[in-house]
Design a protein around this ligand. Sequence first.
Ligand code: 5GP
Length: 190
Amino acid sequence: MQLLKEKILSEGRVVGEEILKVDSFLNHQLDVELLQAIGQEFHRRFGHKKITKILTIEASGIGIAAIAATYFKVPVVFAKKVQSRNLDKETFKTQVYSFTKQTNYDVQVSKRYMNSSDQILILDDFLANGRAALGLIDLVEQAGASVAGVGIVIEKSFQEGGQLLREKNIHLESLAVVNRFVNGQVTFLG
Ligand code: 5GP
């Protein structure tokens, strides 16, 4: 997606060997027009499939999923990371290793909001080693629902997530695929 690549090149900041910071449009401040274009692009790639719900993970996935949902016209469910008294007792629950925080955390979805008749599109901001996406797939499987696909805004191809998902025959669509970082500059695959 050309617009997204241009935004990454002009505003993305490479931190260390593996992290791309995109706080000015995706992870802190949100460029809503860009998110609309991202939502339309996900719809172009997955809109032919029967999708009943979009699933994402808090916090950064929520804005992306909510705007994409206006094109799919389905509800968004986001997996919660924080235990709260407000969360239903009956949940699907799994553990995810956080790439950015380097620790394990639980993610949960109330059993009210996913069931075996659902066809779920999973959306997230980044794909690195695939732990967040695999955790969300686990929640969908616990519900007996099916994964219609996984849509990612930025995939880093030098980490294993993309390969792991493709090996599981998941329909994966990444809107920008970062190949590597050369002297703090981003290069894309294709
Ligand atoms: P994974 O679970 O695939 O290893 O990592 C994906 C999650 O970690 C994403 O939900 C995202 O929040 C975070 N993440 C991974 N790599 C990056 C990165 O380069 N930049 C940012 N901003 N977040 C990342």
